[in-house]
Design a protein around this ligand. Structure first.
Ligand code: PMP
Length: 357
């Protein structure tokens, strides 16, 4: 046998949440939006001419980039787009975390960061969250090769105030600071205005959550034009045509509808606050999530047991076994009012049957 296996780039991949193919289920496990995307997305799909697929897409995805730039009142040179924010974040790791010094991110955070770091052989150090699962900006005041964290953080939903984000950026002028704002639209204040002030800041967002287009795969980053140029250089050295024609058109059309976007978010936020109240009555403990999920634990019911019981009832939530500190928590995505009512009814009955809540 040859020794080729010695030279394989071995990786332990990121595990995405389950996508069960059941007709009747309540799917609260991958932070998807329970409402459809803006109607403009459906209109594009209905009128799309399949013969256009003969041609390669626009490698610069200009229609989409200009749509994003218009919506956020920035210049198109300040926007980079990719195949979901996962693609954008992977390009950022590849482009900017290249100093050989460790990149810093929280110990409890999006579990893709350490996967990219390991795959790309980027050294990293995790910075423990405080006892309330909060990021402390002082902890990021040390020599490093870059900083990345989600705001609100995932899977905790905890929001870091803009002043603390600015402190992290100011403490780290010689490296790139990345704020992953996948969930910012559900109640946080975006760091976007800070890109005008700091040329070492990248703000990453996605169409997957607040714009209900997880299936289309659209993510984007805002930053100084120089940062965007460096990102594009790496992208074009990897794959020029990352985004397909349909996706570019769908994204460009959907982002035009500001009213629908705002209305959907309002509904999800109202449902989230209702769910918090109900979970509190049942004895669950959780922080003040500003995202489209709640990270909750019950002092008397082990998370793993509840996760299995919910799954048995075709209610899917997410349970992380690592790190140890979050083993007793469940991450529950906010669905429609009806879905959350069903979840709460199930939990009430479960607690009653076991005389726990
Ligand atoms: N960042 C965070 C914090 C996330 O939770 C997710 C969703 N899994 C992503 C980025 C990636 O989302 P997408 O690739 O769908 O834009």
């Amino acid at each position: 046998m040859g020794k080729w296996e010695d030279n394989v780039r071995r990786v332990v991949p990121y595990t995405p949440g389950e996508q069960p193919k059941k007709a009747h289920m309540i799917k609260l496990n991958t932070n998807e939006n329970p409402y459809p995307p803006a109607p403009e997305a459906a209109e594009v799909l209905k009128s799309f001419d399949a013969s256009d697929l003969r041609r390669y897409p626009d490698p610069a995805a200009q229609d989409l980039i200009c749509g994003i730039a218009d919506f956020y009142h920035v210049k198109s040179e300040q926007v980079f787009a990719g195949v979901g924010s996962d693609d954008v974040l992977a390009m950022i790791f590849l482009t900017f975390f290249n100093s050989g010094r460790p990149v810093l991110f929280p110990d409890i955070t999006y579990s893709f960061y350490d996967v990219w770091a390991k795959m790309l052989r980027i050294p990293y150090e995790t910075v423990p969250l405080d006892a309330d699962f909060r990021i402390q900006s002082e902890d990021y005041n040390r020599p490093c090769g870059g900083v990345i964290f989600p705001n609100p953080n995932a899977p905790t939903g905890e929001l870091l105030p803009l002043a603390s984000i600015e402190a992290v950026i100011r403490q780290n002028p010689d490296v790139i600071v990345v704020v992953d704002e996948a969930y910012i639209d559900f109640g946080g204040e975006s760091a976007l205005p800070l890109i005008e002030k700091y040329d070492n800041l990248l703000v990453v967002q996605t169409f997957s959550k607040s714009r209900a287009l997880a299936g289309s795969r659209i993510g984007y980053a805002f930053g100084a034009p120089k940062l965007i140029r460096y990102l594009n250089d790496v992208k074009y050295s990897f794959n020029s045509y990352t985004m397909d024609r349909v996706t570019i058109e769908v994204g460009a059309a959907a982002i035009k509808n500001r009213a629908y976007f705002e209305e959907t978010i309002k509904k999800i936020v109202a449902t989230r606050e209702w769910t918090k109240e109900e979970l509190r009555k049942l004895g669950f403990v959780f922080g003040d999530s500003k995202s489209n999920f709640i990270f909750a634990a019950h002092p008397k019911i082990p998370a793993e047991e509840l996760f299995e019981a919910l799954k048995e009832a075709d209610i899917y939530v997410r349970h992380f076994t690592e790190p140890e500190r979050i083993r007793n928590y469940l991450r529950i995505t906010i669905g429609t009012d009806a879905e959350m009512q069903e979840l709460i009814s199930f939990l009430k009955q479960y607690g009653k049957d076991r005389r726990l809540c």
